[in-house]
Design a protein around this ligand. Structure first.
Ligand code: ATP
Ligand code: MG
Length: 432
C-alpha cells in the first residue's frame, strides 16, 4: 500500500479523464434551465444547522442520521445536505421574494450526507436543482417537471419513468396521518427503531423507510390519494392534464412521499432501472409551506434536485455520448533547443486566437514527441526542425487524416494565418 493519505470514504475525485462527462451534464442542465427562464444562484457550502432542522425536518433520515455538523465558536453549522433550504434562505435574505414573482433559480452544487457509501450513494455528491417561488398554479408544477424531463431527453436518457403523487396539504394530511397510525400501530414492535419514533411524530415518514422489513409492512398501507381534499384533488388533476397535453408520460405511485418534510401537493421522482437500487435520478415537488416556515410570508414554491452522479452513471450504462474534452488542437514538436523559442512563440500566437496549443516541455526525442502528441489526441502537429526554420516553411499535419499541408514558418503571424485557413477548411470537410 503506497504511503499517502486516501480520500475520505464516499467521496470521489473527478479526474481530467472523466471531466468531459461532468462538462456535458453541467452544460445541458444549465442550458435547459436558462431556456426555461431560470437564473443561477450560488449559496454557501455550510449553513446554520437550525436551517436544515427547520426546513428538511426533524423526522427525516437526512436530519436524524446524515448531517455533517460541527460546533465552531459556539455556533452549530452543517454542510448542506441539499440545496433547497439554503436557496430559500438566500431568496429571503436578499429580498428576492419582494420582487416580481415567480422567482426562478437553478444551482449546481455539492451536497454532503453521512450515508453508507455504495453505487449511486455517496457522502459528497452533486445536484443540479431548480426552485420556483411564487406560483401556485398547476402549470408551474407541470413546467418544473417538464424542465427535468427536457434535461433527461436532451442527454438521450431512456427507460426512465416519471413517478407522480400528491401528498396533499396539512388539512387532508391530518386525516391521512391518523389512518396511517391506525394501520401501523398493530405492527409497531416489528418496525425499525427510527420508524417506531416516526409512528408517533410523523407516520408518513414510515413510507419512506429504506428497510425491506418496514417496506413489507407498509405494502398495504392506506394511500394518500384517497384522502385528498377537493382543492388538492383539483390541483393534482390539473397537473396530470397539463403533463398529458405536453406529451409527458407518468405513472401514479402513492408510495412516493419524498424524504423531506416540507413537501405539499405534487411530489415526483424520475426513476430508472438502469443503475440498480439507487434509481432515483431526479426528485422534487411542491413545498408551499416552506417559505413561511423559514420566517417569510406564505408564498407557494416548488422545485427538484437531480443527482449528477446518478445521471452520469445512467448515461454510462446506456452508452450515451458525452461532449469531447479536447485538450490540444496543435502540438509543436521542436527538434532541438534552437527551435524551442519558436515553438513557444507560435503556440502563444495560437492561444491568443483561442486555439489550444502546446509544445514539448520534456526534451523528448522526435519519436517520443509523436507518441505523446498522439496520446494527447492533438488534432495537428507541426515539426520545427532546423531545415524548416531556415526555409521559413514546413508542414501542418492533420493527425486524424494524416494529410500534410504546407504552412509558412517565417513568422508567428503568417503561421497563425495559414493555420486558420487550413483548420477551417478541414472543419467544413469533416462536417459535410
Ligand atoms: P434516496 O431516496 O435515494 O436516499 P433522497 O430522497 O434522500 O434519495 P433527495 O434528498 O430528494 O434524495 O435528493 C435528490 C436527488 O439527489 C436524489 O434523487 C438523488 O438523485 C440524489 N442523491 C440523494 N442522495 C444522494 C447520495 N447520497 N449520493 C448520490 N446522489 C444522491
Ligand atoms: Mg436519502
Amino acid at each position: 500500500m503506497a504511503n499517502y493519505l486516501k480520500r475520505p470514504q464516499g467521496t470521489e475525485d473527478i479526474t481530467p479523464e472523466r471531466i468531459r462527462k461532468w462538462y456535458t451534464v453541467e452544460k445541458v442542465t444549465r442550458d435547459v434551465a436558462e431556456s426555461f427562464g431560470f437564473s443561477e444562484i450560488r449559496i454557501p457550502t455550510f449553513e446554520q444547522t437550525e436551517l436544515f432542522q427547520r426546513s428538511v425536518g426533524e423526522t427525516t433520515d437526512v436530519v436524524q442520521k446524515e448531517m455533517y455538523s460541527v460546533i465552531a465558536r459556539e455556533t452549530k453549522f452543517t454542510l448542506r445536505p441539499e440545496g433547497t433550504a439554503g436557496t430559500i434562505r438566500a431568496m429571503l435574505q436578499n429580498g428576492m421574494l419582494a420582487e416580481a414573482l415567480p422567482q426562478k433559480v437553478f444551482y449546481q452544487l455539492s451536497c454532503f450526507r453521512h450515508e453508507r457509501p455504495q453505487a449511486g450513494r455517496l457522502r459528497e455528491f452533486h445536484q443540479f436543482g431548480v426552485e420556483m417561488a411564487g406560483a401556485a398554479s398547476p402549470y408551474a408544477d407541470a413546467e418544473v417537471i417538464l424542465l427535468g424531463k427536457t434535461v433527461l431527453d436532451r442527454l438521450g436518457i431512456q427507460n426512465i419513468v416519471l413517478n407522480l403523487n400528491s401528498i396533499g396539504c396539512p388539512t387532508c394530511r391530518a386525516a391521512y396521518q391518523q389512518a396511517l397510525k391506525a394501520y401501523f400501530e398493530p405492527h409497531k414492535e416489528q418496525l425499525c427503531e427510527t420508524c417506531q419514533e416516526r409512528l408517533v411524530r410523523n407516520p408518513m415518514r414510515l413510507l419512506d423507510c429504506k428497510s425491506p422489513e418496514d417496506q413489507e409492512i407498509a405494502k398495504d398501507a392506506p394511500v394518500i390519494l384517497d384522502y385528498l381534499c377537493d382543492d388538492c384533488k383539483a390541483h393534482f388533476e390539473a397537473v396530470k392534464s397539463h403533463l398529458t397535453s405536453m406529451g409527458v408520460e407518468y405513472v401514479i405511485n402513492p408510495k412516493i412521499v419524498r424524504g423531506l418534510d416540507y413537501y405539499t401537493k405534487t411530489v415526483f421522482e424520475f426513476i430508472t432501472t438502469s443503475i440498480g437500487a439507487q434509481g432515483t435520478v431526479c426528485a422534487g415537488g411542491r413545498y408551499d409551506g416552506l417559505i413561511e416556515q423559514l420566517g417569510g410570508q406564505s408564498i407557494p414554491a416548488l422545485g427538484f434536485g437531480m443527482g449528477l452522479e446518478r445521471l452520469i452513471l445512467t448515461m454510462e450504462q446506456q452508452e450515451l455520448g458525452f461532449m469531447d474534452a479536447k485538450v490540444c488542437d496543435v502540438y509543436f514538436a521542436p527538434m532541438d533547443d534552437a527551435a524551442r523559442p519558436t515553438a513557444l512563440q507560435y503556440a502563444n500566437a495560437l492561444r491568443e486566437m483561442g486555439v489550444r496549443a502546446e509544445f514539448d516541455l520534456m526534451d523528448r526525442s522526435f519519436k517520443a514527441q509523436m507518441k505523446y502528441a498522439n496520446k494527447l489526441g492533438a488534432r495537428y502537429l507541426v515539426v520545427l526542425g532546423s531545415n524548416e526554420l531556415e526555409q521559413g516553411s514546413g508542414q501542418l499535419k492533420n493527425m486524424i487524416t494524416g494529410k500534410q499541408t504546407p504552412v509558412r514558418l517565417d513568422s508567428a503571424e503568417h503561421f497563425a494565418e495559414d493555420y486558420s485557413g487550413i483548420s477551417l477548411a478541414d472543419l467544413f470537410e469533416t462536417e459535410s
